[in-house]
Design a protein around this ligand. Structure first.
Ligand code: PEP
Ligand code: MG
Length: 315
């Protein structure tokens, strides 16, 4: 029994009936070897801002190539999903000034920064492509943050592929992107849902405020409904749909996400064993039933409670 429990909390993610759900890490600043030592199938979100923040000038292509290469080496045989620079709003950069904005969360941020500073993105893509070439044993995927339209998706995919990146994706962090997920997925290889921003923009509630936690609760049925639309689009297109926001760290919610069609979960390292364990205890069919309970709940608290009760009854 003990051995069974240990097996359920290590190795690749699987539901009780053997459906693969990749369990990945959110990573950023820090020692690549330390990140690589965690039991994970790779990185689902590399926040590259750490290379850019607190600097007067952007890092050079050579400097970036070296950092990415060190990281990719530490993940040989695994996947690394690099998110291109997510500047602006809650992550302002001295050298990527986008002008005075009254509402920076609705302003020139994420992929939109490339409208004003195109070289920041093209240099970054050049460096990622060079590092990918130097580490052939690592599967490198690249995605853009804060993409809202199929046209932006197309634009990013063209830029990334012409820089030499083979696996290209976008983040779904804006309701507009979730609503047209089919069209986004026809232009890229994968999408990854950032539930922190998707909650903020779905509920019109600033994620940096501490005063609206109920609205930002990832169990909000409206948020889950949008995630479900993206999951279904992923199944139709047979492309992978990840979640890399905080929602993926909650083992009960992870079951719901899988039931909504999500195929990979990325969270901070300490969260992964409990998520892996929860998945191993439930079949895909059970996850679907839990998702339907959550979607039909009136409030986040009811959603969580009904899923908790049903999930425990199943074990
Ligand atoms: C998100 O928005 O959910 C996300 C993963 O990105 P960040 O938290 O870095 O904005
Ligand atoms: Mg985000």
């Amino acid at each position: 029994r003990r051995r069974a429990v240990l097996a359920e909390s290590s190795g690749p993610g699987r539901t009780a009936d053997g459906v693969a759900v990749s369990l990945l890490l959110n990573a950023g600043e820090g020692d690549p070897d330390e990140a690589g030592a965690h039991d994970s199938e790779g990185i689902g979100l590399l926040r590259t801002e750490f290379l850019f923040l607190d600097r007067a000038e952007p890092p050079t292509v050579a400097e970036q190539t070296e950092s990415y290469t060190n990281l990719f080496r530490a993940f040989e045989g695994r996947t690394v999903t690099v998110r291109t620079l997510d500047a602006g709003s809650d992550k302002p950069l001295a050298f990527a000034d986008t002008g005075e904005e009254d509402n920076p969360a609705l302003g020139v941020r994420g992929f939109r920064t490339a409208r004003v500073h195109p070289n920041l993105l093209s240099d970054q893509l050049t460096a990622i492509a060079a590092a990918t070439k130097a580490c052939e044993g690592t599967r490198v995927r690249v995605m853009a943050p804060m993409v809202s339209t199929p046209a932006e998706t197309e634009e990013f995919a063209t830029l990334a592929r012409s820089a030499g990146i083979t696996e290209v994706g976008v983040m779904v962090e804006v309701p507009a992107a979730a609503l047209l997920a089919d069209r986004l997925l026809s232009r890229v290889d994968f999408v990854s849902i950032g539930t922190n921003d998707l909650a903020q923009y779905t509920m019109a509630a600033d994620r940096t405020l501490g005063s609206l936690p109920d609205l930002l609760d990832p169990w909000q049925p409206a948020l889950l409904s949008l995630i479900g639309q993206v999951g279904s689009a992923g199944q139709r297109a047979e492309r992978s749909v990840g979640v890399c926001g905080e929602a993926a760290a909650d083992p009960l919610l992870a079951l719901v996400l899988v039931g909504l069609g999500v195929t990979s979960l990325s969270a901070a390292p300490p969260a992964l064993p409990a998520v892996r364990f929860a998945l191993a205890r439930h079949t895909e069919e059970e996850c679907r039933a839990l998702a339907s309970l959550a979607l039909n709940a009136e409030t986040p608290a009811h959603a969580r409670e009904s899923v908790r009760k049903a999930a425990h009854a199943e074990v």
